[in-house]
Design a protein around this ligand. Structure first.
Ligand SMILES: *Cc1c(COP(=O)(O)O)cnc(C)c1O
Length: 367
């Protein structure tokens, strides 16, 4: 039995008719950027998250950069300020900090949750520290309550990288509302994915929202008036329409991911494998990825591949060892390095049949 990791075309099929209708509207209107589709999706995304402002931008990376740049415009951040970030995140979190002229301070994650560990942040906080970038890695919310306390006590901004956590929720509050500002990615493979690149920023801060709206569009909110040195980072009308249509099934897709993750967690019993843990409750994990750990990770991956099961590694090289980040090469981060050598992501999406999930479970248990 063949089990591909993810087949986006198959996954999107059920939306194609409705999306075609919406794209036809765009073709007929002749309006491709900053139009009704974007404003509609922004209203829907703000409402879905339970916040006041959502701004569509060109990607998740840009969403992060624009948050930092907007705080610089407001005079709250300046070049060289330090930003705490988990060392085991996807490279975009760290790249955004650097691109905005700030300094990433990589901290070791909690090895069980893969997220920031509030108990080891104090040693990284000094008078240059101005922000914490919490990443909800693999879809599980970072410990936002504890991080909010640390941020308040030390007068730091708290920002969410929610690129993997669409709809993850704690105490009825969703990712994107648990901090000063949050960045989302709608990269095609994310839990809510466009037909190309797209991202969004959410915040309850109207002043910040206004600056982001300007920065993403050449520093302009009135045509040919440029109040800021801005960027060109807009979500186009077609992506906004695609996301608006797909948003209607996000919650049911997430529910399917949760059910599949429960099967994996209940039925995988190999002693050579460490299963992922849910730290708070089921709602607090959007299961972007189902990531197991094994000391024999590479052998396991080959073995699964021979049995028709495609797996991926998120991520094979830790950010501080990447060629493009020579200033981080001196760091020694044993927890992060170990995680990167052991993680393996299993297929998890609504295309998978129960039989395919059973095949994966049985095959792993025979490893
Ligand atoms: C995908 C991702 C991003 C970047 O999003 P893009 O839309 O690809 O630019 C940022 N942070 C994390 C944690 C991600 O997974």
């Amino acid at each position: 039995m063949e089990v591909p990791f993810l087949q986006l075309g198959e996954l999107n099929k059920k939306h194609n008719a409705e999306i075609s209708e919406r794209i036809k509207e765009i073709l007929e209107s002749g309006w491709y950027l900053m139009g009704n589709q974007l404003s509609q999706f922004e209203r829907e995304w703000a409402s879905y998250c339970g916040t006041t402002h959502a701004m569509g931008v060109a990607s998740g990376l840009d969403a992060l950069i624009l948050i930092f740049e907007a705080y610089k415009t407001l005079g709250i951040l300046s070049n060289g300020d330090e930003v705490i970030v988990p060392a085991n995140t996807f490279i975009a979190s760290i790249m955004a900090i650097e691109k905005a002229g700030l300094k990433p301070i990589l901290v070791e994650p909690n090895p069980i949750s893969f997220n920031l560990d509030p108990s080891n942040l104090n040693e990284s906080i000094n008078k240059k520290t101005k922000a914490i970038l919490a990443v909800h890695l693999y879809g599980q919310l970072a410990p936002m309550d504890a991080l909010q306390v640390i941020a308040r006590e030390n007068n730091l901004l708290l920002i969410e990288d929610a690129a993997q956590a669409h709809g993850a929720m704690i105490n009825n509050k969703k990712a994107g509302t648990l901090s000063d500002a949050a960045a989302f990615s709608f990269y095609p493979g994310k839990n809510l994915g466009a037909f190309g690149d797209a991202g969004a920023i959410t915040t309850k801060n109207s002043e910040l929202a206004k600056i982001v709206q300007s920065l993403r569009n050449y520093g302009s909110t009135e045509k040919y008036h440029h109040e800021h040195l801005g960027f060109n980072s807009r979500m186009d009308e077609i992506q906004a329409a695609v996301l608006s249509v797909k948003l209607s099934s996000l919650d049911s897709e997430t529910e399917t991911r949760r059910q599949q993750s429960l099967r994996y967690r209940n039925e995988i019993n190999s002693t050579k494998i460490q299963l992922p843990s849910v730290i708070e409750n089921e709602e607090s994990h959007a299961w972007h990825l189902f990531v197991i750990r094994s000391q024999q990770r590479n052998e396991l991956q080959n073995y699964l591949s021979k049995n028709g099961i495609q797996t991926l590694i998120h991520y094979p090289i830790p950010p501080h060892q990447q060629q493009g980040f020579p200033t981080l090469h001196h760091l020694s981060l044993p927890i992060t390095e170990k995680i990167h050598s052991q993680v393996l992501s299993l297929p998890l999406n609504s295309n998978l049949s129960e039989a395919q999930i059973s095949h994966i479970i049985k095959t792993i248990n025979r490893f």
